[in-house]
Design a protein around this ligand. Sequence first.
Ligand code: SF4
Length: 98
Amino acid sequence: MTSSSTLAGLLPVSTAHTAAVTSLPCHDPEAADLFFAERPAELERAKELCSGCPLREACLEGALQRGEPWGVWGGQILEAGRVIAVKRGRGRPRKSAA
Ligand code: SF4
C-alpha cells in the first residue's frame, strides 16, 4: 500500500483513495489558495467549501493535533494552532491600546 500526505489535513491516504481526495475542495487548483489566504472574505469562502466535505471532522482534529500555524482546516480558521472566529484583515493599527 502506498501512502502520501495531502493538503487535506495531511491525512495519510492510500493510493486507492487518491481519486476521492483529489476531488476535495481544498485540492481544486482554482480554490486551493483560498485555504491559506490573507483576506478574511477568501477564508470565509474556504470555510464554505469545507461545509460539505466528508473529512471535515477528521481534518479539523488532525490540524488541531498538529498545531497548524494558519489556514482553513475542517471548516475553521486556525491561527497558531487554535481555532479563531474571524481573521482580521490587514489594516491600520489602532491609535490607542485596547
Ligand atoms: S474539511 Fe476542508 S480543508 Fe479539510 S479536507 Fe475537507 S475541504 Fe479540505
